[in-house]
Write a protein that binds this ligand. Sequence first.
Ligand code: FES
Length: 135
Amino acid sequence: MSSAAASVTACRHLVRLRQTGESYDCTESETLLQGMVRLGRKGIPVGCVNGGCGVCKISVCVGSVRKVGAMSRAHVSAEEEARGVCLACRVSPLQCVEVEVVGKLKKALGFQWGAGASFRSGPADETNQSQGDMK
Ligand code: FES
């Protein structure tokens, strides 16, 4: 209701997907996944949008996010969370962030961001992110 609160919710930050180099704007009042879907973008797999399926699992490589909902330990362990791993449907950006998809669907990254966007290959190195513990 206050103007201060309104200005906070209007803050936008750039979200960059490391695998493709593509980016989109996301406000502090929406989750990283909501911001992507709002713009009709793809890149982070979308599932339940409620923290239950784990397909939107990402690692925050640069920047910081705020947790806006519970993350199931079946999908993100306390150790992973301490390393910046989270569910894109349960966090909002606090600043510009760079993320990497690490969930079980990361290889299904079918990139269709923006009409006519040029797709470029991300870093070929996808080591050390395979958790293999999705249950
Ligand atoms: S979309 Fe299901 S946990 Fe995020």
